[in-house]
Design a protein around this ligand. Sequence first.
Ligand code: COA
Length: 172
Amino acid sequence: MGKKAAITIDRMVKEDLDQVLAIEVVSFTMPWSKNLFLSEFRNKPISLMLVALSGDEGRFVVGYIVCWVFVDELHILDLATMPQGRRRGIGRELVLAALRTGYEWGARKAFLEVRESNSAALELYRGLGFMQTQVREDYYELPVESAIVMTLPTEGLRRLLADSDNNPGDES
Ligand SMILES: CC(C)(COP(=O)(O)OP(=O)(O)OC[C@H]1O[C@@H](n2cnc3c(N)ncnc32)[C@H](O)[C@@H]1OP(=O)(O)O)[C@@H](O)C(=O)NCCC(=O)NCCS
């Protein structure tokens, strides 16, 4: 991993969307549209959207995460970091921040779907304690591919949040 990036995490605002979309289109074969992001802004109070910001001046978006918090479950729907800024801990910080806020909103477990070939994301989530619980055959298009469903149960979530509170900025 490279040197840890100096970032702050904030709630996403509509003014961030052009920068978010620029990262989205280079990160996915089927990127979310601007309208899909806009619909998430209307999807209160379920939608949790965070950005990672770099630099002291202005809002320079280096990554983002979109989740739903529904009753006691947090569902990670979208996560990406800018290609030039990867392996610097930004993705991990975004997931941790979403889990922390989600927990405050009542989430006690988390899950997500990820392409089975996406080793970067699979490693990121495994490192946070997510476990493979299911395979959804041919779930994705472009290319057709199965989804791995990964889940972080309550105990794992609590342990992760406690560990990260005790070690802010920890690189483990
Ligand atoms: C997946 C993604 C969000 C990771 O973001 P990131 O900022 O690079 O992640 P981090 O630097 O926080 O990495 C944390 C850990 O994840 C794992 N990881 C991340 N990228 C990896 C890679 N390319 N290969 C192997 N492991 C990787 C490592 O364990 C890493 O820790 P380490 O660097 O100390 O070894 C980023 O690669 C991305 O935007 N990919 C395209 C979009 C995408 O696939 N999103 C996920 C959809 S579910």
